[in-house]
Design a protein around this ligand. Structure first.
Ligand SMILES: [Ca+2]
Ligand SMILES: [Ca+2]
Length: 365
């Protein structure tokens, strides 16, 4: 983060304020009430604006320092008590019961618009509302190919080969074994539909005797924000995203030449992955979770609605009887920066498969 503009602006208005206060007592100044009025009004407006600008800057620095301090070495699970219910089960951690503000704050809304988001699309992430979440467990990472492969081998589950490729215009013929780009076993399983993810958690429940499920949308956002009030758990800046997530970086932009050249289309940094990245490769959030934002969109339990009006406030999934459209969260390796946010959400039909979409799992204690 560059701090020079913030310091210059704040110092400038402090000096103007001090000079104005000094001039007010002078006779020549008092003899010109119009000039004095204009100067006082401009000074007050500028000083107040500077104060709020400075306050916002301090909050951003604090948030990024908290994220830095909480972050651990990539791939490390030190400091996190992870639970694994079987050899091929995802590692789980306990998140404490708490409450948080779900959805877009006005500050996030304004920031997302500056990144390039449309006001209309952002309305689907509002109104911001307070949600109380019970204690639950969530997987440290997205479910990997190896973990999904164990499920397929044991259960005989068949997925469709109707996965949308990452290449626009290609017919949807891919599948989780061949998403259209190279993956090793520690990459997130993609081309898995909401139905496939539900089948996986049913199998996991049978295998372990624990009640595995997809996280509710509220649980997912609580987990992804990890106490941060910024638009991303690491802060607001685009320039440091590549330390925390696999995003549309300069590596991806070198492959997808149709992407624009500016910061509205990709992040101005290098994470080293043109497509998906192995899970737990980047710094985790202060809860200890990896890749909540970026790498792949993640299925959650809830049915999709285009607003949070009347959404549950108890952390439960928001369901309806005739639900064929479910929520996905977190953005991906091929997404505009304005979609790489804690609050970003989309709807996907129950059988929708994409090389951009995977999932992580949750369960009660
Ligand atoms: Ca990338
Ligand atoms: Ca993710």
């Amino acid at each position: 983060m560059t701090i020079i503009p913030e310091i210059i602006i704040t110092l400038f208005w402090m000096i103007v304020f001090i000079l104005t206060a000094g001039f007010i007592g002078r006779e020549r100044f008092q003899n010109n009430p119009l000039l004095m009025g204009i100067v006082i009004v401009v000074t007050i407006v500028g000083t107040l604006g500077s104060f709020f600008y400075f306050k916002d800057w301090v909050e951003r620095i604090i948030d990024e320092k908290l994220a830095d301090g909480a972050s651990q070495a990539p791939g490390s699970t030190s400091g996190v008590h992870a639970i694994r219910d079987c050899l091929e089960c995802p590692q789980m951690i306990v998140l404490p019961a708490s409450s948080f503000q779900m959805g877009l704050s006005q500050q996030e809304f304004d920031w997302a618009v500056r990144l390039g988001a449309s006001s209309k699309s952002l309305r689907t992430e509002q109104p911001q509302h307070k949600v109380a979440v019970n204690e639950f467990l969530i997987s440290l990472t997205e479910v990997t190919r190896d973990q999904f492969d164990a499920f397929v081998r044991a259960s005989g589950h068949k997925t469709a080969s109707a996965c949308w490729s990452h290449i626009q215009g290609q017919p949807p013929t891919k599948n989780w074994r061949d998403p259209g780009f190279p993956q090793s076993g520690d990459h997130p399983a993609v081309c898995v539909s909401h139905s496939d993810a539900k089948a996986y958690v049913r199998w996991l429940s049978n295998e372990t005797g624990k009640e595995y499920r997809l996280p509710s949308e509220a649980e997912w956002e609580y987990a992804a924000r990890a106490g941060s009030f910024a638009g991303r758990y690491w802060g607001w800046e685009n320039s440091n995203a590549c330390r925390f997530a696999n995003v549309t970086d300069l590596t991806t932009a070198s492959v997808y030449l149709h992407l624009g050249k500016d910061e509205s289309s990709h992040f101005p940094c290098t994470d080293g992955f043109a497509y998906t990245a192995p899970v737990a490769r980047f710094q985790r959030n202060s809860f200890g979770l990896y890749d909540t934002i970026g790498n792949v969109w993640e299925h959650v339990e809830d049915c999709y609605r285009d607003s949070f009006a009347s959404a549950p406030t108890n952390g439960n999934a928001w369901l309806t009887e005739d639900c064929n459209n479910h929520v996905i969260r977190g953005g991906t390796w091929l997404e505009y920066p304005w979609q790489i946010r804690s609050s970003a959400r989309l709807g996907a039909t129950t059988d929708f498969q994409s090389s951009l979409v995977g999932f992580r799992v949750a369960r009660a204690r």
